[in-house]
Design a protein around this ligand. Structure first.
Ligand SMILES: Nc1ncnc2c1ncn2[C@@H]1O[C@H](COP(=O)(O)OP(=O)(O)O)[C@@H](O)[C@H]1O
Ligand SMILES: Cc1ncc(COP(=O)(O)O)c(N)n1
Length: 278
């Protein structure tokens, strides 16, 4: 049996809710062997980010080469990259290693407001990373920062998606988590010719730590298993909907999304792990 393998290039969240921890849990839950190349360590919990400690870009490059030379991934995702140097180094290795199924989650700011991508790295994402990506998954503030388009209505969302595609991403998914709609959380997919909506029901919860990481990791897991981009995006939407529905009220702040929830719903044999829904 072929074992699907996925790699996350991202930061560590000591609280376990976002970053590589969310990505690896998502890969595992979707039956994909998970690997990680760390870009930065964050001291973080549900209350916020207390410290950011980026790695030297050489350390990132070496991790990618170690994985690439022995365990070539079937799909890759990027998350927190922090600096222009790390963005360029990661993009350069992705190109050199010939990785094609690349999901870029252009993580910029943590939900509590801390910087996860330095301002001067935004142009490196546009110039180096988007050209080697298959899918880019910005939330609304990220799409605005990358394109300069202020997203106020559907037409501006479409314009931002077109610009992101012009930068080199084959597929653009603009996530609706921040769009202010009280009932829906719909995401918009642009494949270069048409727009498709990924519909979601908005769940009223403050426990949304790690939603973006989990969503993009689920897309990468789907791609690693051989799904098309549209199929992987549909799977990821179901996965994140369940993970937010059953999000975890732990810690004193924004609790984490629950990567276990999707499998609990689809596989009765795993039990409910003592989780009671609120
Ligand atoms: N309260 C919510 N209820 C349902 N889905 C949500 C909610 N918040 C975010 N989502 C979904 O979670 C995914 C991540 O979106 P978003 O929160 O916008 O990303 P990010 O974590 O990058 O800010 C998207 O599919 C979005 O529609
Ligand atoms: C290390 C790290 N990476 C990413 C995020 C963004 O989290 P979210 O998925 O909630 O936007 C985070 N808070 N920490």
């Amino acid at each position: 049996m072929k074992i699907a393998k996925a790699l996350t290039i991202a930061g560590s969240d000591s609280g376990g809710g976002a970053g590589i921890q969310a990505d690896l849990k998502t890969f595992q839950e979707l039956g994909v062997y998970g690997m990680s190349a760390l870009t930065a360590v964050t001291a973080q919990n549900t209350l916020g980010v207390q410290g950011v400690y980026p790695l030297e870009e050489d350390a990132v490059v070496q991790q990618l080469r170690s994985v690439g030379s022995d365990l070539p991934p079937d799909a890759v995702k990027t998350g927190m990259l922090y600096s222009a140097e790390i963005v360029r180094a990661a993009a350069g290795e992705i190109a050199a290693l010939g990785w094609a199924k690349v999901v870029v989650d252009p993580v910029m700011i943590a939900k509590g407001g801390s910087t996860l991508l330095q301002q001067e790295a935004v142009s490196a994402v546009i110039e180096s990373l988007l050209p080697v990506s298959l899918v880019v998954t910005p939330n609304i503030p990220e799409a605005e920062a990358l394109t300069g388009v202020k997203i106020t209505a559907l037409h501006s969302k479409l314009e931002a998606a077109r610009r992101l595609q012009d930068y080199g991403a084959r597929y653009v998914i603009i996530k609706g988590g921040h769009d202010g709609d009280p009932d829906t959380a719909n995401d918009l997919v642009y494949d270069g010719s048409g727009f498709t909506e990924l519909p979601g029901t908005r769940i009223r919860t403050s426990h949304t730590h790690g939603t973006g990481c989990t969503f993009s990791a689920a897309i990468a897991a789907g791609l690693a298993k051989g799904l098309s981009v549209m199929e992987a995006a549909g799977l990821a939407k179901e996965f994140i909907q369940a993970a937010i529905q059953d999000s975890l009220a732990i810690g004193g702040g924004h609790g984490p999304t629950n990567q276990w929830a999707y499998r609990l719903r689809t596989d009765k044999s795993v039990g409910n792990g003592g989780i009671s829904r609120e």
